[in-house]
Design a protein around this ligand. Structure first.
Ligand SMILES: Cc1ncc(COP(=O)(O)O)c(C=O)c1O
Length: 386
């Protein structure tokens, strides 16, 4: 979360005053309005607000009819939630290497495709746009669906189209650490009516009894409970109005930092669309990157040290504990018997090397000119020290 204040408090107060916090049949329609506005901003036909980014991914996968028997390709560097979402629908996550932008490597996607592959989840990690053109070309060639994990990239873009709007569906997170935040929250976007309806049904166990149930064109199956409240909707509407300001301040500071230091910035598949939340600099060796981080005294971090984001730390996957019991564990499902269930850390040397050689710094959109100058000075001093 970058910016929050009185406007959000006022919006919450209005919800309290309405004496109705539930989104269905609410007089204020904050959640409904948020969905409409987010769909418009992202450039997608439909938006469904849900209780978190993980649930957005799960709802989207349900919408896309991904399930047992399917392999889903995900990158080696992402929050474990991306893998968890795949397992939650009964499918198997297959890990692909990352490239020098720290996003999924398209050459490795091709290598990981089998007759069981049904979907690719490119993750715009740290707000870095993935190579969407190539990903969409691969998807078309192999008849795969694409779900963009834009949980760390609210509002970013690729070739002037918003992230999340390029694939069959996109998932966003609005948890505390994201560009926009309501503490928790998420959204699914799609242009596909069937994906939307299935996600809508799944996210609300009460769908059969909702005012819109009769208008649905897909049969209502039993769902779950991932609804947002009017409070979340109200906060997110205000947060959304802050988006362009946050992004332009992040991007300006990131660009100034990159231009001012004598360090090699990592590749980008679209530096204009990059969210600006993080700048990465690549070094010749892990030891050099580590020494730089040490010399910069806490300013930088190495992706390899960000535990839950590194595939080699996803112990439930290694241990094949994909569900609450054997029956719900995709690793034990008969439909998944012939799928790629195992992965070895040694097969992902490229990812491990890149995650160890790129020093990242989190950008603050509210750094003053003086603060940014001081940070640039510390970067330069660290660069000289190694
Ligand atoms: C890349 C990525 N995907 C998915 C998620 C899950 O989002 P949430 O925590 O809102 O469920 C996150 C959250 O940190 C994330 O960073």
């Amino acid at each position: 979360m970058y910016r929050i204040g009185k406007e959000e408090l006022d919006a919450v107060q209005r919800v309290f005053d309405s004496n109705y916090l539930f989104r269905i049949n609410s007089p204020l329609k904050e959640a409904d309005q948020f969905e409409k506005e987010w769909a418009e901003l992202i450039g997608s036909r439909y938006c469904l607000a849900v209780s978190g980014g993980t649930n957005a991914l799960i709802s989207a996968l349900v919408g896309m009819q991904i399930g047992p028997g399917d392999e889903v390709i995900i990158p080696a560097y992402t929050f474990m939630a991306t893998a968890i979402a795949v397992l939650a629908v009964g499918a198997i996550p297959v890990i692909a290497d990352i490239d020098q932008s720290l996003t999924i490597d398209c050459r490795d996607i091709r290598k990981k495709i089998t007759e069981h592959t049904a979907c690719i989840i490119p993750v715009h990690i740290n707000g870095f746009p993935c190579d969407m053109q190539q990903i969409l070309e691969i998807a078309e060639e192999y008849h795969l669906q694409v779900l963009e994990d834009a949980c760390q990239a609210d509002g970013g873009s690729y070739r002037d189209r918003r992230l999340g709007s390029l694939g069959d569906a996109g998932a966003f997170s609005f948890n505390h650490f994201k560009i926009l935040s309501a503490g928790e929250g998420g959204a699914v976007v799609t242009d596909d009516r069937t994906i939307f309806e299935r996600a809508l049904i799944y996210h609300d166990g009460g769908t059969a009894f909702r005012p819109y149930a009769a208008e649905l064109s897909v049969p209502v199956f039993t769902g779950n409970q991932h609804r947002i409240s009017e409070i979340t909707g109200a906060i997110l509407r205000v947060q959304q109005s802050r988006l362009e300001g946050i992004l332009s301040d992040l991007r300006a500071r990131k660009q100034q930092l990159i231009a001012s230091v004598d360090l090699t910035a990592i590749d980008s598949h679209d530096i204009q669309g990059d969210c600006g939340t993080t700048a990465g600099f690549i070094f010749d060796s892990p030891a050099q990157a580590d020494a730089f981080c040490g010399a910069a005294e806490g300013l930088f971090w190495l992706p390899i040290n960000s535990d839950k984001h590194v595939f080699k730390n996803w112990s439930p996957l290694y241990e094949r504990l994909g569900g609450q019991n054997d029956f719900y564990n995709p690793y034990k499902m008969e439909a998944n018997r012939d799928l790629r269930l195992e992965f070895q850390t040694e097969d992902y040397c490229t990812s491990l090397d890149l995650m160890s050689r790129v020093a990242c710094i989190s950008i603050n959109p509210d750094w003053t000119e003086e603060e940014l100058d001081a940070i640039i000075g510390r970067c330069e001093a660290a660069g000289r020290a190694i």
